[in-house]
Design a protein around this ligand. Structure first.
Ligand code: PLP
Length: 399
């Protein structure tokens, strides 16, 4: 029995199987590589699903965490710390939030969405519009906004008042906003749907969502949990448009792998909706996580990783598109959030073959691969993936 098999057997005996059985057992990482407990090395092109912004073991992140851990790791929210305040300031800056905006810090994406839901309730209205195929998280409020039946059905009834409209369909959005009338609290959208298969919103659709919510006196909430923090080559994916939302949710890559989520509210009116005592979190905004967030943002800035993500993403996409492989229908995405659309349902098999060859990606759909690597991925590393792809595309078998 290998070391990994042994640990997986213990996993089966000890953990609630909501994730099924993991693919293998990882031991450590360095840069864009991870190593399993049996010593096999993989190029991590998934980055913990868009989390490991700076890869593994980045010196700037390690230094910030070690320094902060030696000073203070946790205090209650009866107190604050400089890292907490600095992280909030940095987030307001990168979100281009106007004066009077604010940040609520929490520990995960779904918690950021819960905070957003509570914010929308404070409008005095209850109807929420989300998109079909949306993923907003697994806690029961966020789950009501999530589309997938298999995630929702076992837990119904969920929070009432949510409707889902076809993504990128202006008429469907117009009709639903009209139907919600004066009770519309918010429209919540991913500017690029990650879990749905890396599908970008048409800029005109986001603009329409902005205009319709403004006319209806409702909020526009953009869920940038997967797309934010530089992943698409912009700090936030919607920065590729001129849309200014009322609130944004962030998490995943925010602190390079340390759990942090955030709700950012835009302007004094929206920020004023939540007042003392109306929300909270024991761990939210703790000094350790905050210091990791600050170090991540500073490193993205100092190392020019927004431009780099854009360049490497374009390189990867143009090279995959240029393969002319009969099993590749094309690529989608922005920056380093990329889907490779296949012409057949071979994604699961291809993912396994890539793993055997030392590359981690995921099958975001039966016929689509997702890449969400660290923003520090080099061209040489990207090329090593491109070099093995054609043969493995040939070898993959349909599910
Ligand atoms: N929103 C979006 C767009 C996501 O992609 C995710 C996670 O994949 C979430 C919310 C939930 O985040 P978390 O898993 O940290 O709760």
């Amino acid at each position: 029995m290998t070391h990994a098999q042994d640990v997986l057997e213990r996993y089966r005996a000890a953990l609630i199987p909501v994730f099924g059985v993991p693919l293998t057992v990882l031991s450590h990482g360095d840069g864009c590589y991870v190593v399993d407990v049996d010593g096999k090395r993989y190029l991590d092109l998934l980055g913990g699903i868009a989390v490991n912004t700076l890869g593994h073991g980045h010196p700037a992140l390690l230094e910030a965490i070690a320094k902060q851990a030696s000073q203070l790791m946790h205090i209650s929210n009866f107190f604050t710390s400089e890292p907490q305040v600095e992280l909030a300031e940095k987030l307001l800056e990168i979100c281009r939030a106007p004066a009077g905006s604010g940040v609520f810090l929490c520990n995960s994406g779904t918690e950021a969405v819960e905070a957003a839901i509570k914010l929308t309730r404070r409008t005095g209205r209850t109807r929420l519009i989300a998109a079909k195929n949306a993923f907003h998280g697994r806690t029961t409020g966020a789950l009501a906004l999530t589309w997938k039946e298999a995630y929702r059905a076992p837990f119904e009834p969920l929070m009432p008042g949510v409707s889902h409209v076809a993504y990128n369909d202006p008429d469907a959005l117009r009709a639903e906003v009209a139907a919600a009338g004066d009770d519309l609290a918010a429209v919540i959208l991913e500017p690029l749907q990650g879990e749905a298969g890396v599908i970008a919103a048409d800029p005109a659709y986001l603009r329409l969502a902005r205009d319709l919510t403004a006319q209806a006196g409702a909020l526009l909430v953009l869920d940038e949990i997967q797309t934010g923090m530089g992943r698409t080559g912009h700090w936030l994916a919607h920065h590729a448009t001129d849309v200014v939302p009322d609130a944004v949710t962030l998490a995943k890559g925010l602190a390079g792998g340390v759990p942090v989520g955030a709700l950012v509210t835009y302007g004094p009116d929206v920020t004023g909706l939540l007042s003392a005592g109306q929300h909270g979190s024991t761990f939210g905004g703790n000094p350790l996580a905050s210091a990791a967030g600050v170090a991540t943002i500073r490193t993205i800035e100092s190392d020019g990783l927004l431009a780099h993500a854009g360049e490497i993403g374009d390189h990867l996409r143009s090279r995959v598109d240029g393969l002319g492989h009969p099993r590749v229908a094309g690529t989608r995405g922005r920056g380093l959030l990329i889907a490779v659309q296949l012409t057949e349902p071979v994604a699961v098999s291809l993912t396994a073959l890539l793993r055997e060859a030392g590359f981690l990606v995921n099958a975001v759909a039966p016929d689509a691969l997702r890449l969400a690597p660290p923003l520090i991925l080099t061209r040489v590393e990207a090329d090593s993936f491109l070099a093995v792809l054609p043969d493995l595309l040939d070898a993959a078998v349909p599910a």
